[in-house]
Design a protein around this ligand. Structure first.
Ligand code: SF4
Ligand code: SF4
Length: 286
C-alpha cells in the first residue's frame, strides 16, 4: 500500500507525521519504506539514522534553438501547449521560456528547418539510503533554480516502486499544485495533515476538493489540537470525513521534534497515538 502524507500548506506537521508514522510501522514489524517527495525542501530523512546507498542525476529534455537556422515560421510555438516559445517574425526574434518548458519535444518535431536540436537540463538528484540494514529510504533534491519538480517526483516514486514493501509512505510537497498531484496520484490513500486555524481550514478544503476530483480516498489528522478554533472539526463532521487522530499541542513534542528527535521514541502518548493511527490504516486494507 502506498500512503501519501500531504497538507494544503507548509508548516502543518506533515514531515513530523511522515517520520513518526514510518518509524511506528517499522517498530510494529511492517516492511515499510519512506520517500521524501518534497524535493524543494527535503528534510524528512534528516531525522533517521541512515547510510548512503546511491545517487542518481535526473535529467529532462530541453530544445536547443539555433536562431541562425531559424526561419521564424512560428510552427514550434504553435505546437507548444505550454506557451514556452516566443516567436516574433517581424523582429526575427525567438526565445525559449525555460520555466514554462515541460520537455515534451513537440517543438523539435514541429521544426523542419533543423533549428531545434536535442539538449538536456539537470532537474536534480535522487538519493537512496539504507536504514536498519535495508534500502528503504529515498529522497529527491531539486537543483536550485530549476522550475518544475514534477520529473524528479516521478523519479523518486519510481525508485521506491523498484522494491517490494508492504507500505510505502510518501512525504508530499505542500500545496495542491502539480507536485502535490504528481505525488498523490501514485498513492492508494492520502493522509491530510491540518491544524485548527482559519488558514488550516482553507487549505484543507482546497486539498480535499483536489483529492475528490482525483477520486482518492483520504483521512485527516489534526495537528496542534487545542490551539485555534472548532471550525475545522465542524467542517470534518458535517461532511462525514474521516478524522484519523488528533495530535495535541504539546511543548514536549515540539521540543523533541526541534531537537531532531523521533517523537514516538521519546514520548509515550505520541507512541500510543501513532500506534492507533497505524492500526486504523492497516485495518483499511484487511
Ligand atoms: S519541449 Fe515541449 S514544452 Fe518545451 S518548448 Fe518544446 S514544445 Fe514547448
Ligand atoms: S519551427 Fe523551427 S524554423 Fe520555425 S520558428 Fe520554430 S525554430 Fe524557427
Amino acid at each position: 500500500m502506498r500512503v501519501a502524507i500531504a497538507s494544503g500548506k507548509g508548516g502543518t506537521g506533515k514531515t513530523f507525521v511522515s517520520v513518526n508514522l514510518f518509524r511506528t510501522f517499522r517498530q510494529l514489524g511492517y516492511h515499510s519504506s519512506l520517500v521524501d517527495c518534497d524535493t524543494e525542501t527535503p528534510n524528512t530523512l534528516a531525522f533517521l539514522s541512515k547510510i548512503p546507498a546511491g545517487e542518481k542525476t535526473i535529467m529532462e529534455y530541453r530544445p536547443k534553438i539555433d536562431a541562425e537556422k531559424c526561419l521564424f515560421c512560428g510552427r514550434c510555438a504553435e505546437y507548444c501547449e505550454y506557451n514556452a516559445i516566443i516567436v516574433v517574425p517581424e523582429s526575427r526574434y525567438i526565445r525559449l521560456l525555460n520555466d514554462l518548458c515541460h520537455g515534451c519535444a513537440a517543438c523539435r518535431v514541429a521544426c523542419t528547418s533543423g533549428a531545434i536540436t536535442d539538449s538536456e537540463t539537470t532537474v536534480g538528484q535522487v538519493y537512496s539510503f539504507n536504514y536498519e540494514k535495508e534500502l528503504c529510504l529515498v529522497e529527491g533534491r531539486m537543483r536550485p533554480g530549476h522550475a518544475s519538480s514534477v520529473p524528479l517526483i516521478k523519479a523518486v516514486t519510481n525508485t521506491a516502486f523498484a522494491q517490494t514493501f508492504d507500505y510505502t509512505f510518501y512525504d508530499a510537497p505542500p500545496g495542491t499544485s502539480c507536485p502535490f498531484i504528481q505525488t498523490v496520484v501514485k498513492a492508494d490513500y492520502v493522509i491530510l495533515v491540518t491544524e485548527p486555524t482559519p488558514f488550516g481550514l482553507s487549505d484543507l478544503r482546497q486539498a480535499i476538493e483536489t483529492l475528490q476530483t482525483m477520486d482518492k480516498p483520504f483521512g485527516i489528522i489534526i495537528n496542534r489540537a487545542g490551539l485555534g478554533d472548532r471550525e475545522v472539526y465542524k467542517y470534518i463532521e458535517s461532511n462525514g470525513f474521516d478524522l484519523l487522530i488528533e495530535i495535541p499541542f504539546s511543548e514536549q513534542i515540539a521540543r523533541i521534534y526541534s531537537e531532531g528527535g523521533i517523537v514516538v521514541d521519546r514520548h509515550a502518548e505520541s507512541k500510543q497515538l501513532f500506534t492507533a493511527l497505524a492500526n486504523k490504516l492497516t485495518a483499511l486494507w484487511k
